[in-house]
Every structure is written in C-alpha cells, then in structure tokens.
Design a protein around this ligand. Structure first.
Ligand SMILES: Nc1nc2c(ncn2[C@@H]2O[C@H](COP(=O)(O)OP(=O)(O)OP(=O)(O)O)[C@@H](O)[C@H]2O)c(=O)[nH]1
Ligand SMILES: [Mg+2]
Length: 270
C-alpha cells in the first residue's frame, strides 16, 4: 500500500532572508504563516493535508493528487508569491519515511516531472494521458505490493492537559510538550512514520506501516517517561484529509467513552 508525500520548499530562501536586512524577523514570521495558510488551503481543497515542517518547508499527504493537480497549485502560489520560487517534490513509498527519502532523492537528482513548473519526482512511467512535457505518477508500474493508495494517520493528544496547566506555567507546559515530541518522534521514526506537532497538546503521525499494538506500546512508554497519559486515535482513508478526519473522530470517541467511565487510550476508525 502506497503513501504519497509532497515536500514543498522555498528555493533560495536562506539567501533571500539575508537580503531583507537584520530587522526581518517579524516580516519572515508573517510571510511563513501566510504561506502555510495558502498552501494548506490549496492542498486541502484537493483532499490533501499539509503539515508545517520547521516553518519554511511543508509536507503534504498528497495521495490522489496528480502532477497536473500539483502544477495547478504551483501556478496559483507562484502568482501569490512572485518574489519567491517554490518547488514541490513528490515521493511514494510503503512507509511515510520511504516516501520522504524517495522525494529527497528525486530532488537531488533534479528529476523533473514537468517543464512548466518546479515539480520533481520519480519518473515512474510516461503516460500518454498527460501532456508530452509531463510525467504521470501512475501506480501501475510499481511492484504489486506497493499498489493501492492508502493513508493511515494517528492523532495523539495529552489526556487532561488543562488540569496540568493549573500546576505548570505556560512555558513549563511548552518544555514538557517538547520532551513528549522528542520521545514520540524517535519511537515512531523506528517504524518509518513521520510525526508533526500540530498545536496545543496535539501531534499527528503519518503512520502507514505502524500497527495499533505498536502505537499502544509507544504511547504507554512515552507517557510513563514524561509523567503524562497519552491518547491516540487511528484513522485510515484514501487521502490525507479522510485519514485525519477518521483519526480525530477516533480520538473524540476516546473522550466520549471516558465520559461514560470507559477508559481506553487507543481507538481505531477504519
Ligand atoms: N491542532 C489541534 N489542536 C487541538 C485539537 N483539539 C484541541 N486542540 C488544542 O489542544 C489544546 C488542549 O485541548 P484538549 O486536549 O481538548 O484539552 P485537555 O484538557 O487535554 O482535554 P482531553 O484531551 O479531552 O483530555 C487546545 O487548547 C487546543 O490548542 C485538534 O483537534 N487539533
Ligand atoms: Mg488533550
């Protein structure tokens, strides 16, 4: 089962930021927030979901989005941000980490998928359906075990963090979240999963090959090590938005069950 990831990067961003002079931080933070908004808007309209990676790079779960769909988004962003060059690199793999490595290799090899925009990816197959200047992301030439688009996402959240905030100051909560982040991402990385902090006490893991049992062990271990209790909703779908919606629904089900006195830290919605 294949997951497709698109890495969106601002090309030449480092040198460009230097050209703004030293009083640049507020402007950069505003630009990065606005750009994340626009990237999330354009991808989520097409059933994808985007995670901000270190604020200047974005990971989209892009299952189902064709090269032509990427070109369309790229063109809209190019019109909105004429001073910046954005690139998109598409990778596929059986685990999210593999998809990220595949994208990284294609970018390094400058494997362009089209001549009309900075879009890179493994040239799986030349398709007559696309324009002569464009390569498709057809699944048909992949190994049979990799056939079929599929996304699994886990939505992890700290149980009752509001109570914790009564004892700890805001900055102490931030330090604790940082610790939980490191512990969780190290464990999920061992399974080929990629995890992103999404705000408050929430994390999302793109977790295609990680099982419910493995996730259960991870949240137990990390919960013990950080002195917290973690809950984990697991969702699947044919695209990023559907999988995330199911993961969040699963997490909300844990809360509903808790209201009824049924304590469960992991729940799965197909
Ligand atoms: N990104 C994201 N953030 C959320 C979501 N739900 C809550 N948050 C954030 O998480 C913070 C804490 O909210 P909760 O997790 O509901 O509070 P809690 O006290 O931990 O309650 P339980 O998680 O139900 O035990 C909120 O202030 C928001 O910042 C969500 O679905 N997505
Ligand atoms: Mg919580």
């Amino acid at each position: 089962m294949t997951i497709q990831i698109t890495i969106i990067r601002i090309e030449g961003y480092g040198p460009w930021t230097l050209s703004l002079g030293s009083d640049r931080e507020a402007r950069l933070q505003m630009l990065q927030s606005r750009m994340y908004y626009d990237i999330q808007r354009l991808f989520s309209e097409r059933e994808c979901l985007v995670y901000s990676n270190r604020f200047d790079e974005y990971f989209a779960v892009s299952n189902g989005l064709s090269v032509a769909g990427h070109i369309n988004i790229h063109n809209q962003l190019a019109n909105m941000y004429p001073n910046l060059e954005l690139s998109m690199t598409i990778g596929k793999g059986s685990t999210p980490f593999e998809a990220n490595v595949s994208a990284h290799r294609s970018r390094q090899a400058k494997e362009a998928l089209t001549t009309v925009a900075s879009i890179f990816g493994h040239r799986v197959m030349y398709s007559s359906n696309d324009s002569p200047t464009e390569f498709s992301l057809s699944k048909s030439t992949l190994a049979p075990s990799l056939n079929g688009d599929f996304v699994q996402i886990m939505h992890i959240d700290v149980n009752n963090s509001r109570k914790m905030s009564l004892d700890l100051s805001p900055y102490e909560v931030t330090c604790l979240m940082g610790k939980i982040h490191t512990l969780l991402s190290d464990e999920f990385f061992k399974k080929g999963s990629m995890m992103f902090f999404i705000g408050g006490d929430n994390f999302m893991v793109i977790s295609n090959e990680t099982t419910k049992e493995e996730a259960g062990r991870i949240i137990d271990t990390v919960g013990r090590a950080s002195g917290t209790k973690l809950n984990c909703g697991i969702g699947r779908g044919k695209n990023g938005r559907e999988a995330a919606k199911n993961a969040t629904r699963a997490l909300d089900t844990i809360r509903e069950l808790r209201e009824k006195g049924m304590i469960q830290s992991i729940y799965e919605v197909q």
